[in-house]
Write a protein that binds this ligand. Structure first.
Ligand code: 3SL
Length: 244
């Protein structure tokens, strides 16, 4: 029997024992959607880091012509950075063959904190089925990490993790057992089946982004299965490992 555990924030996963699991990290508004989009549009790799200064230093070590420095604080582009955290900026024209260095408030922290797992995958609604299929084929326990907001629960990240669970549990119920948090999130997520766009618009973080003028990002991030890539975070960077 494989166990599915759910972690509601980047901070919660920090202390947990996840070394023997596959970790799947979701920050659908917007960090993991941006990473998935950048990789789907042909960037060579994404280097997620926790701190702004670390991002600047990492970028400074690499040839300027190959780098895109991206990310946000309080939802907005950081001074001196090429891009903010809007996935729609990471077009093929802008980032093909480049290396993206990014720092975001919760998403990159969740990835780095989950980096001790056997494998650490990047999940968004865009690559839901690709990641679910990949995880289903492995024999490992699963640690689902919703990045959350400043250590607190985030509705859209949790629902995204719930959809992934639903995919797996429905496909193969005899394989999995869930912890209490995971079981609750699975039930919650079923309320949002077919209503992802509405979920994005009504979630507290979705409302925050609308106030900043990023409303069009919400529909972009809500496109379930828009691409079929499985990004793996290993040795400090994220690369695509599988395409379905
Ligand atoms: O917290 C994060 O990592 C970000 O994704 C937040 S934002 O959507 O860019 O504001």
């Amino acid at each position: 029997m494989r166990t599915i555990r759910f972690f509601h924030s980047a901070d919660e996963v920090f202390d947990a024992d996840i070394e023997h699991s596959i970790a799947v990290v979701a920050d659908v508004l917007r960090a993991t959607t941006t990473i998935v989009t950048a990789l789907a549009n042909g960037c060579r790799k994404v280097i997620p880091v926790v701190k702004v200064e670390e991002a600047r230093q990492t970028a400074a070590l690499l040839p300027k012509s190959e780098i895109i420095l991206g990310g946000e604080r309080k939802g907005e582009r950081i001074d001196g950075f090429d891009f903010g955290n809007s996935p729609q900026d990471y077009t093929r024209k802008a980032i093909a063959d480049k290396i993206v260095v990014t720092t975001t408030t919760n998403g990159t922290k969740a990835l780095v904190n989950a980096g001790r797992a056997k494998q650490t995958l990047v999940l968004s609604f865009l690559n839901m089925t690709a990641v679910a299929d990949y995880v289903l084929q492995r024999e490992e326990d699963v640690a689902l990490v919703a990045a959350g907001i400043y250590g607190e629960f985030s509705l859209e990240d949790s629902v995204c993790c719930g959809f992934l669970m639903d995919n797996q549990v429905t496909a193969s119920p005899e394989q999995f057992s869930m912890d209490d948090q995971a079981a609750r999130i699975l039930t919650l997520s079923r309320e949002y089946k077919g209503r992802v766009n509405e979920l994005m618009h009504n979630s507290p973080h979705g409302k925050f982004l609308q106030r900043l003028g990023y409303e069009s990002d919400l529909a972009f991030c809500a496109r379930v299965d828009a691409c079929q890539i499985v990004p793996l975070y290993a040795s400090g960077c994220v690369k695509t490992i599988a395409r379905h």
